[in-house]
Every structure is written in structure tokens, then in C-alpha cells.
Design a protein around this ligand. Structure first.
Ligand SMILES: NC(=O)c1ccc[n+]([C@@H]2O[C@H](COP(=O)([O-])OP(=O)(O)OC[C@H]3O[C@@H](n4cnc5c(N)ncnc54)[C@H](O)[C@@H]3O)[C@@H](O)[C@H]2O)c1
Length: 381
């Protein structure tokens, strides 16, 4: 099948810029899609990062330290932008105003005010597709939870728990970077850094919190900089958000946990939905396994574990017995973005990337959580 090419520019060539570039190189793994991305331009203010892209990706025609150079190029159809949070509002609004479809990184603005600026640009340019990066809902286990929710299998929902957990910050000697400094990462701290991953699927399933009680922890308060000098680390490390959700005729508690210091959890997202008739649990720690508990009165209650293998939203050449991982989730998310860009509502499968409205809802939740921590009270979202 001849594939139409969508020519991408990458702005921000750090950790996530590299990941996206590699996703484009893995594109042949996808079956059925009649479109493919090509990385044509790359921008980073750190020129040392650009050599890898120029030397590794044969499609790259332009590397630059000035993102406006990329935006001015007619041979760039769309942009992936992965820069520190304090730059989101300025860069995203310019990219959208330039008419370039955008897959933006979370949290989609450093704070609520920045998010509102971006949302105004989104509303002013409805012709420009804007989506927010959040790959975990593309894991097969997460897709199964979405199917169970749509089929209304849970009965009455008792409780939902979504957790996104890291552990490397347990090491007090880990050098500080921009993600541990509020002026670059934002006052949300771990919520801005990790929160979109925890809320995307719950929000997509219509589980919208209407209030929050927050417990935020600042555990490691200074870290060495690259020269070894101790520097203030002023971001929240851990957040436990107890929310109440209203969904249709149901109301239930939903806890959202985002933690940078969760001993033993290197990079784990998990979602559990407990219902009166059916419960389901998935964790990226055990990516091939889905746990379910079907219940009818009088029967024993037994969690069952099933190896669900590689059953992705977009079909791939990968055998169904193999294990799905982070880079597969990125490939699936990118497929959803380019599929929607090329085909709109007629995309191959219906699960889109996170929307600006979902990101805006996360900002209202995290802003309310900061107020809840400050006032030690329940705050409306
Ligand atoms: N989806 C995910 O799983 C995931 C994972 C990690 C980070 N992120 C998000 O990706 C974004 C970037 O994070 P990262 O981990 O890649 O950070 P990073 O520090 O590795 O990369 C950011 C890059 O942006 C560059 N930059 C700064 N100002 C710039 C400018 N004006 N123009 C061009 N480049 C500029 C920096 O030099 C740096 O190389 C953040 O929003 C972060 O929250 C998402």
C-alpha cells in the first residue's frame, strides 16, 4: 500500500524528541494505515542535540535552534513539541497560529492561566488539529478497560483508582533538573509532570471529578545541581487526590495518585475499576496481564488473571503472543494522531489522542488540588 506522507517538525529534541523520532522509524510495523510520518525538521536550543537527528534520520532536511524557522517552512505539515512546561503557552500558541497541526506534550501549559491562553488559540483555530500526548491508554489492558466501561459491565461503580508512580527521586543524590524546579515545571509539581497520564483514560470514559481533597508531599527539598551545589527543589513530590465523580446517574470516589517517590515503582501506571458486577485492573508493571473479577450474588469472589498479549488498537506485524511496551504505546498514539489528521472522524479506529478539553479539565483539577492542599479543605473542580 502506498502511504501518504505527513512531514513533521520536532521542537524540543530531548528525551521525548528522540522517542518520537524513533517511532517514525518503526512505522512499517503498522498494518492498514495509508499514511506515514517523516521527520523533516528538528529544532532545539541546544545545538549539541541536533547531530543525532541529522546523522540518524535520512528524511531530515533542516536542523535549527530557532523554532520559527520550522514554522515558516511550507514543507512541514505538522509539529510535535516537547519542551519544558514554562514554554508551552508561548510555543503552542505560535504553532497553532502558524496553522500547523500539533501534537503537544502535557501538561499543556505550566498552569491554569497558561492553559487558558492555549485553549484560546485552539478555539481561534478550529481548523488546526491539536492533541495532547498521553500514550498509556493505548496499552491493550487499558483498551480492554475502555471496552468494559463502554459495554456498561461494572454494574454500580464502587471506586476507581488511577496511579502513576515513579521512584528514581527516592535517591536524594539524584541531580536536579528542570522537572524539579517550580519555575520551569510549574506549581503543580508531580501533578503537572505525571498527572495527564493518570487522568486521560478516566476522563475519556466520562468520569469527571466535581470536587477534590488533596494530600501533597514535598519530601526531598534540595538536590545537587550538576556541579554538586545543593539547590532548592521546590516541587511537590507526591500527590494523592481523592475526588468525587459524577457520571450519568452514578456518583463514586476516584483516587488519582501521581508520585515521584514511590519506592520500587520505576514508571508504572495502573488503573483499577471496582464495580458491583465486574471489576477490572491493569498495570503497566505487568503489561501482558489483565485482572478481572466477575461477581453475581452467591458466587465466590475470585480475581482471574489473563495474558492478553499484543492486541493493539492499530494492527501491527507484531505477533499476538508478544509483550506490549512503552514504545509500542507511543507508536499506537502516533498512529491515532496521524490517522485523525488525515481522516478526521473516519479514522481507522475510534480512540483519539487526548484532547485539549481533557487537558483543560486536568488543569482545573490540579489547580483545585493546590487550593485544597493550601486550605486543607474540599474544593470544587
Ligand atoms: N508523554 C510522555 O510519556 C512524556 C515523558 C516525558 C516527558 N514528557 C513531556 O515532554 C516535554 C519535554 O520533556 P522531556 O523529558 O523531553 O524534556 P527534555 O529536557 O529532555 O527535553 C526538552 C528539550 O527542549 C529544549 N528546548 C528548550 N527551550 C527550547 C526552545 N525555545 N526551542 C526548542 N527547544 C527548546 C531543551 O534544550 C531540551 O532539549 C514536557 O512537556 C514533558 O512533560 C512526556
Amino acid at each position: 500500500m502506498a502511504r501518504q506522507t505527513i512531514r513533521f517538525g520536532i521542537i524540543g529534541a530531548g528525551l521525548m524528541g528522540h522517542e518520537f523520532a524513533v517511532v517514525a522509524a518503526r512505522w512499517p510495523a503498522l498494518l492498514d494505515l495509508d499514511i506515514a510520518p517523516a521527520i523533516v525538521g528538528v529544532c532545539d536550543t541546544n545545538p549539541a542535540l541536533l547531530d543525532w537527528y541529522r546523522d540518524t534520520l535520512p528524511t531530515v532536511q533542516c536542523v535549527t535552534t530557532d523554532y520559527r524557522e520550522l514554522l515558516a517552512r511550507p514543507d512541514i505539515d505538522a509539529v510535535y513539541c516537547a519542551v519544558p512546561h514554562h514554554l508551552h503557552a508561548d510555543l503552542y500558541t505560535e504553532i497553532i497560529a502558524a496553522g500547523k497541526p500539533l501534537l503537544a506534550e502535557k501538561p499543556f501549559g505550566i498552569d491554569l492561566e497558561a492553559n487558558e491562553r492555549i485553549m484560546a488559540a485552539v478555539r481561534a483555530h478550529p481548523e488546526v488539529l491539536v492533541r495532547v500526548s498521553s500514550e498509556y491508554p493505548f496499552y491493550p489492558g487499558a483498551q480492554r478497560i475502555a471496552q468494559a466501561a463502554r459495554a456498561g459491565r461494572f454494574g454500580r461503580i464502587i471506586e476507581v483508582r488511577s496511579r502513576y508512580l515513579h521512584s528514581s527521586d527516592l535517591d536524594p543524590h539524584k541531580p536536579i533538573n528542570w522537572k524539579r524546579m517550580a519555575r520551569f515545571n510549574g506549581a503543580y509539581g508531580c501533578m503537572g509532570d505525571l498527572g495527564m497520564h493518570a487522568v486521560h483514560l478516566p476522563f475519556r470514559l466520562g468520569w469527571t471529578p466535581y470536587n477534590v481533597r488533596a494530600l501533597l508531599s514535598d519530601i526531598v527539598r534540595e538536590r545537587p545541581d550538576k556541579d554538586g551545589t545543593m539547590t532548592r527543589c521546590d516541587t511537590w513530590d507526591n500527590a494523592i487526590l481523592a475526588t468525587e465523580v459524577s457520571a450519568g446517574d452514578q456518583r463514586f470516589p476516584m483516587t488519582i495518585e501521581t508520585k515521584r517517590i514511590s519506592p520500587g515503582d520505576m514508571d508504572t501506571w495502573s488503573l483499577e475499576v471496582l464495580g458491583t458486577e465486574y471489576s477490572i485492573a491493569f498495570s503497566t508493571k505487568h503489561p501482558r496481564t489483565l485482572r478481572v473479577l466477575e461477581y453475581s450474588p452467591g458466587c465466590e469472589q475470585a480475581w482471574q488473571s489473563t495474558d492478553i498479549g499484543y492486541s493493539s488498537a492499530y494492527r501491527t506485524v507484531t505477533g499476538g503472543i508478544f509483550e506490549f511496551g512503552f514504545t509500542d504505546a507511543l507508536l499506537q498514539m502516533w498512529a491515532a494522531f496521524v490517522d485523525e489528521l488525515a481522516h478526521g472522524a473516519d479514522m481507522t479506529q475510534p480512540f483519539t489522542c487526548a484532547t485539549p478539553e481533557e487537558a483543560a479539565l486536568s488543569h482545573r483539577l490540579f489547580t483545585a488540588a493546590l487550593e485544597s492542599e493550601r486550605t486543607r479543605s474540599v474544593v470544587a473542580v
